[in-house]
Design a protein around this ligand. Structure first.
Ligand SMILES: Nc1ncnc2c1ncn2[C@@H]1O[C@H](COP(=O)(O)OP(=O)(O)O)[C@@H](O)[C@H]1O
Ligand SMILES: [Mg+2]
Length: 286
């Protein structure tokens, strides 16, 4: 569905995205992970038309969409949410949802005077749709709450809800789980899976919570230093040496290895079996 070819985004001399190539398959929930500063959000911003790339190409279903502005991508069904939620704080949750679709008849003065019946009908339909979205997200009880009063996690749900007010095809979610408690994160995860299965949404999800990524995403793409480092199932990428290195840095990895070696030596001298990582882990956590 989305193909990114040799994409670069430089800020001055700094290569935030440095020749990234990847594909997001139709119908997938693709995970995008990587250490802070890897260029994940910048990549999203370029795909979603917030930044123009320095070079490279983005296509959607074969059509070149490189550098198109966000509203044109929106009409093609490509949506993104932000790392920091963008709600209208002094409007209610329902009103926030009703704000999303463009081109309502009420927006022109002529229509406001002469087409009141039609406007009322459209508003009613929008309201109904907003209420369906709220029910889907299990936050009907928040319909009349000011969006500014929501918790961080509830705001993320609202962001997801906004993508449901239009006919989205692909949704880019930037750190939906950041600052969200476990229960709400599960609600968000469930909503993503249902949108994927029931409405055919394709997702690309940036997230640091590996449980969340492991439960939802396949494949997982790993970025480091502006490039794609690895791609595969969650198990595959987590077992990948280069990925571990990118996350931990070589120094830290060596330190862990040294500590493991020391630990197994200690076990040997005490006559215990070395290398039973599982048991050692359980003992440590208890
Ligand atoms: N608008 C910008 N101007 C200059 N540098 C930027 C800008 N946006 C991001 N960067 C830099 O690009 C790098 C990648 O950032 P980002 O894409 O946000 O990484 P990630 O989302 O993977 O943590 C960071 O070093 C960041 O400081
Ligand atoms: Mg980011």
């Amino acid at each position: 569905m989305i193909r990114v070819e040799n994409l670069h985004k430089h800020f001055g001399g700094f290569r935030a995205v440095d020749g990234a190539s990847l594909e997001i398959a139709t119908g997938s929930i693709t995970g995008l992970i990587g250490p802070n500063g890897a260029g994940k959000s910048t990549l999203f911003n370029v795909i979603a038309g917030v930044h123009k790339p320095t070079s490279g190409r983005v296509t959607m279903d074969g059509e070149d969409i490189t550098g198109l502005p966000p509203h044109e991508l929106f009409h093609k069904g490509l949506l993104r949410t932000f790392q920091i939620a963008h709600e209208f704080p002094t409007m209610t949750v329902r009103e926030n949802l009703m704000m999303v679709p463009g081109g309502q008849s009420g927006e022109t003065l002529w229509n406001a005077w002469f087409n009141r019946g039609q406007i009322a009908r459209e508003e009613e339909a929008l309201r109904k749709k907003a209420d369906e979205v709220l029910e889907f997200l299990t936050i009907t009880h928040l319909a009349d709450e000011y969006a500014g009063n929501l918790s961080g996690g509830q705001k993320k749900l609202l962001e997801l809800g906004r993508t449901m007010m239009v006919e989205a095809k692909i949704v880019f979610l930037d750190e939906v789980g950041a600052g969200v408690n476990r229960t709400l994160l599960n609600t968000i995860g469930d909503a993503i899976v249902r949108l994927n299965k029931e409405r055919g949404y394709t997702f690309c999800v940036i997230e640091h919570d590996m449980d969340f990524i492991g439960r939802l995403c396949n494949p997982v793409i790993v970025m480091a230093e502006g490039k794609v480092l690895a791609e595969g199932s969650p198990e595959e990428v987590l077992a990948n040496e280069a990925v571990i290195e990118a996350y931990l840095g070589t120094g830290l990895k060596n330190k862990i290895k040294a500590e493991e070696a020391l630990e197994s030596q200690r076990h040997e001298t005490h006559g215990a079996q070395p290398g039973l990582g599982d048991e050692a882990g359980k003992g440590g956590a208890a």
